[in-house]
Unconditional design. Structure first.
Length: 409
């Protein structure tokens, strides 16, 4: 292998994964956990690993592990995830998986022999796009979520997580903390496409993660009363959607004051008929901010606005937390080793904080963890415009190669 053919090899491998779950008309992706598209992506990962002589096996929670040197203590792991958000872009998660596989090619081509095992992991249900719990695979494996709390979750088609996982061949009786596998790891490094646009102004292709903002998801349920849109006076209405509207405005205003971000991105209205006053609403609230106090302030403001509007409109309001990811400061010693390895490899980089959740953030609670980010010229994420230029993706591979050589050499 030569450096000259690296871009072509990366592009070819990335195209294989990018063909799975893509809607040709819209260019969006839909690879949700435990679906046909997910099974196809996992099969692709197994073939790509086998092509490199790596044995692949699932763990008790359905995460896939491909090992160079076989499972063993002191291992260095890298990788990301194969699932997407519904109708999302094709780079989130996929870039880290493809880059890890290509990095193994590059290390082998350079005659590198790892002194400790190297693992490539594909975490399951990172996005939470099907059942609403992000980084589920890594949370289960690290014991940060209990199987009993998730197995009865229902997707948009009424399928329980228990049924979906069992249908994918997972023994749900064995779900849960996996200290045997996680205990093998000395470090985890995740490469990811940049979400947002901080690297472009810095003029570099690669960022080194410094922190992840705290992040929570809440479910909003508002119950008013359906009624005739033409004959029901404004005074007699119990409009659930009007109550939510007040919450939407409060979320934006509160986020602006606190220096964070807040999104009400999923809304289900019932009966959802043109000439009927909305009787009930089921919605999501996603809040992220530089610290937990700011997150709490935003959520408190949204809840107050919803309750005040509910009283005025005669509707009941419930706001319940569905998931929580605390702030993450990546391991200082590991981050310095990552930065030093990139400096020696002459890979320019910039420190990069993120408000997006990642499996690396979950692993950071129990394993020294680092993140690399590849420049996203548009900043678009979870959308068709999400992308990285080929030269930047190749620079990301170079950074990952240098880091793996440092950590496993």
């Amino acid at each position: 292998m030569t450096d000259g053919d690296l871009p072509a090899r990366f592009a070819a491998l990335f195209a294989e994964l990018a063909a799975i779950g893509r809607d040709p008309a819209s260019g969006t992706y839909r690879r949700l956990a435990w679906t046909d598209e997910d099974r196809a992506a996992r099969a692709w990962f197994g073939r790509a690993a086998a092509d490199r002589g790596l044995g692949t096996e699932p763990d008790r929670n359905g995460n896939l592990w491909a090992w160079w040197g076989g499972p063993g203590h002191g291992a260095v792991a890298t990788g990301s995830h194969l699932d997407t958000v519904p109708n999302g872009g094709g780079w989130d998660g996929a870039l880290g998986i493809v880059s890890a596989l290509i990095a193994v090619d590059e290390l082998r081509g350079a005659g590198f022999e790892p002194a400790r095992p190297i693992a490539i992991v594909a975490w399951i249900e990172e996005e939470g796009g099907r059942f609403g719990i992000p980084t589920l695979g890594s949370r289960l494996s690290t014991g940060q979520v209990s199987p009993s709390d998730v197995l009865n979750r229902v997707d948009g088609h009424g399928v329980t997580m228990r049924s979906a996982m069992a249908g994918a061949g997972i023994d749900v009786a064995r779900l849960g903390a996996d200290p045997t596998t996680i205990g093998l790891l000395d470090a985890f490094v995740e490469l990811h496409v940049e979400q947002g646009r901080r690297l472009a102004p810095a003029g570099v292709s690669v960022g080194v993660g410094s922190e992840i903002w705290p992040h929570g998801r809440w479910r909003i349920r508002i119950t008013g009363a359906p009624d005739h849109a033409g004959t029901t006076t404004l005074e007699d209405r119990r409009d659930a959607l009007l109550v939510l509207a007040r919450g939407v405005i409060a979320a934006r205003l509160g986020a602006r004051v606190a220096g964070g971000v807040a999104t009400i991105g999923r809304v289900t209205v019932s009966p959802n008929v043109t000439n009927i006053v909305p009787g009930s609403v089921d919605a999501s609230l996603d809040v992220r901010a530089p610290d937990e106090v700011a997150v709490a302030s935003i959520v408190k403001g949204v809840n107050a606005a919803l309750e005040d509007a509910g009283v005025e409109e005669g509707a009941s309001v419930a706001l319940d937390r569905e998931s929580w990811s605390p702030a993450v400061l990546f391991d200082t010693d590991l981050r310095h080793r990552v930065e030093s390895a990139m400096d020696r490899a002459l890979v320019p980089w910039a420190p990069t904080a993120t408000a997006a959740g990642h499996d690396a953030g979950t692993l950071a609670q129990v394993v020294p963890t680092a993140m690399l980010f590849v420049r996203n010229p548009t900043g678009a994420s979870h959308a068709p415009g999400e992308r990285a230029e080929l030269d930047d993706a190749v620079a990301g591979v170079g950074a990952l190669v240098a880091v793996l050589a440092e950590l496993a050499g």
